[in-house]
Ligand binder design. Structure first.
Ligand code: IVH
Length: 678
């Protein structure tokens, strides 16, 4: 037994834990913090100091323990009682009306009211609290047996580790169920980071959420932007309520358990529910999470018991699905595409098929390991999915529908474009052409160099890049700046006017931010995000180019693989040659001014609230920090600007109270000149 705190210290520890949890709730769930980051950090540090002094009092439910904990070998099993059911799906207005008729008949009532909620697309979980303390979390599994993911769940900031008791004292045992999911914007951020780090991106937010929660190492889960929403109260010993609406709008929030909030709707009749279903469907692409459909539940909880369940789903609820974003098609060919780093990617060519309003003809199969794992062959029937803004992908091939004329695809032994040798990594994820002057690579490098997030050379797209390489006019990137008006005019689709515009665009592109220049160079593993990080850290091209691997590693967010890749890139004599030629030809990557000596927003404090439509939160924040400004969480007298989108709440009110300047998204974009940047 180690040293125990005296009663007063113990009280302080408990008070700090409660306060930190309350602030977490305000920040992560309500998006309405009342203290600054610095004040919050101070509370956490105070608690950490005390816990370091009295290690015996550290429990897994202390807010300091959200970082993860040790990895495990496997997940223990958890039995669900009652089982976690699924929902019966209805596909039409008539079927929904029939559900209402059937329920009213069985219950022998004239009228029923309902609660409509979004159908979240993540994975179902069950949470248990004992005496108000978080005790266990488990996945649905097969409905009866799931996996114990307690340590992983603890890392999700929207989940309270202890329930507040100021409104309702927590019951001895509380069991609630809900969904763990990832927002679309967080999913895209995560995939961007994974691509930057050379990792395989997740196919969709649901896979990302499932993969992140079912991680044997909770420290990894802690880095994933997961959320949880709770939509069913299963047990609360000794307590009972009348309606599901009351549970969602009063009980769960009182315990800081996040329930469907503005997205739920009380429906006084089944017609209301039909109307809401149409509304939700219209909003499908605007909300920041994958919306699968609508779940409709009878409001009165006593009816739940009365109606009971069938073997797999309850009789008191249905899922009203939205039109599928999946379709079936046949692969007519699999071709190989050579990227700018020489990576060879298999691409499936399909019988054209429409999914969610777009015609899909080609889908990337990502890499050969994926191709082997899913056993996808030419002539296979495949299931395709295109969810929201996610690129279409092959979910699976229907192996039981083969006719014998399916052709498996072998990894090419030579580059399909330049016939050079091919380098194959053991895990088959990376298959590359090793030809230094492979035209396919050069075309892709040039197209990438000119693209919007890089040098932004208007008019220099794929077709033009192809011609320049095929004509032999561009053998390495700088050549593009040497071409004359006459050269350009000889290209397909170019006249005097467009050739002139091209020269202007090339000239204009020479003035470029350091970050975009780094993107343009196409350094392996360095995408937009890491280019930003590197340009902020080094400020100037020469500083970065001469940095050692150790110096690179010293920067947060730069891992060993990236450090090696950057170092190798700048040590390579060919690359150095390309760089110095670009500079000689007048390309001037702008140094990054530190926030002290004045980016455009130097010293300015900006608060974001409400929804943004042009950027994810992270992107918007980067726009500010890149210009030397600071993003803070709460509005105070020191705040210079509040950027308010739809749904802005108390932060907006506070800004108005304090007479702080408020901008909407468009005004903000104009203010920082973001429209000139891409
Ligand atoms: S109620 C027995 N409410 O849909 C009641 N489920 O198809 C079942 N889901 O396994 C849960 N959003 O993972 C309910 N608002 C919502 C939901 C929801 C998504 C999922 C859940 C469940 C599956 C059933």
């Amino acid at each position: 037994m180690g040293r125990q705190p005296d009663p007063k210290t113990w009280e302080t520890i408990q008070r700090l834990r409660r306060e930190i949890e309350d602030h977490d709730y305000r920040y992560y769930v309500l998006d309405d913090p009342i203290i600054s980051d610095a004040e919050y950090d101070a509370l956490v540090r105070q608690l950490e100091t005390l816990e370091a002094e009295y290690p015996d009092v550290v429990t897994p439910n202390s807010p300091t323990q959200r970082v993860g904990g040790p990895p495990r070998e496997a997940f223990p099993q958890v039995t669900h009682s009652p089982p976690m059911l699924s929902l019966r799906a209805v596909h039409s207005d008539d079927e929904l009306a029939a559900f209402d008729v059937r329920c009213r008949k069985e219950l022998d009532v004239d009228r029923l009211d309902y609660v409509a909620e979004p159908k979240y697309d993540g994975l179902a979980v069950e949470l248990m609290y004992r005496e108000g303390a978080f005790y266990q979390a488990s996945t649905r599994g097969d409905g009866v047996t799931g996996e114990d993911v307690t340590a992983n769940m603890r890392t999700i900031r929207t989940l309270p580790l202890s329930l507040p008791d100021d409104t309702y004292p927590p019951p001895e045992r509380l069991v609630v169920r809900g969904e763990v999911y990832m927002t679309k914007s967080a999913f895209q951020d995560l995939n961007r980071r994974r691509l930057d780090a050379g990792e395989t991106p997740f196919a969709n937010p649901r896979n990302a959420a499932a993969g992140s929660l079912r991680q044997l190492n909770p420290e990894i889960t802690a880095t994933r932007p997961l959320r949880v929403v709770l939509y069913q109260l299963v047990t609360a010993t000794g307590m009972a309520w009348e309606t599901h609406w009351q549970v969602l709008s009063d009980i769960l929030p009182a315990w800081h358990l996040r329930a469907p909030d503005e997205e739920k709707r009380w429906c006084s009749t089944i017609d209301d529910a039909l109307t809401y279903h149409r509304e939700l469907l219209e909003r499908r692409d605007q909300v920041d999470y994958e919306l699968d459909g609508m779940v409709l539940k009878i409001n009165r909880l006593s009816y739940w018991e009365q109606l009971g369940s069938r073997s797999r789903d309850p009789r008191w609820a249905v899922a009203v699905k939205f039109p599928a974003r999946q379709a079936v098609s046949r692969i007519v060919d699999i071709q190989f595409q050579v990227g700018r780093t020489g990576q060879i990617t298999p691409v499936a060519h399909l019988e054209p098929v429409e999914i969610g309003g777009a015609t899909v003809r080609r889908v990337s199969l990502h890499n050969f390991s994926e191709l082997k794992r899913k056993d996808i062959r030419i002539n296979d029937q495949v299931l395709l999915e295109r969810a929201g803004d996610v690129i279409p992908y092959v979910v699976k091939a229907f192996h039981d529908q083969r006719f014998g004329d399916e052709i498996p695809v072998e990894i090419p032994e030579r580059c399909p474009v330049c016939d050079s040798g091919v380098v194959i990594a053991d895990d088959l994820k990376n298959v590359r052409c090793d030809g230094l002057s492979c035209p396919a690579q050069l075309k892709e490098r040039l197209r990438h160099f000119a693209s919007k997030g890089a040098m932004d050379i208007d008019g220099l797209g794929q077709r033009t890049a192809e011609q320049l390489v095929e004509q032999g006019w561009v053998r390495e990137l700088p050549d593009v700046y040497v071409l004359t008006l006459d050269d350009w005019m000889q290209l397909d689709k170019f006249g005097a006017k467009s050739a002139e515009n091209m020269l202007k665009a090339l000239e204009a592109s020479k003035d470029v931010s350091l970050a975009r220049f780094l993107v343009a160079l196409g350094i392996p593993l360095v995408g937009q995000h890491l280019a930003d990080v590197l340009s902020q850290a080094f400020g100037r091209l020469d500083q970065l180019a001469s940095a050692s691997e150790e110096e690179l590693l010293a920067i947060g967010q730069i891992g060993p693989e990236v450090a090696r890749s950057v170092d190798q890139f700048f040590s390579n004599p060919d690359n150095r040659q390309v760089l110095s030629r670009l500079l000689e030809l007048g390309v001037r990557p702008r140094p990054v001014s530190s926030s002290l000596d004045g980016g455009e927003l130097a010293g300015k404090r900006v608060v974001f609230t409400g929804q943004l439509s042009r950027w994810s939160r992270a992107e918007a924040e980067a726009l500010v920090t890149r210009r030397g400004g600071r993003v803070t969480r709460s509005v105070s007298n020191n705040t210079d600007v509040v950027v308010a989108g739809p749904g802005a709440g108390s932060k907006l009110e506070r800004a108005q109270e304090l007479d702080v300047r408020v901008l909407d998204e468009d005004a903000f974009a104009e203010w920082i000149g973001a429209d000139e940047e891409s």
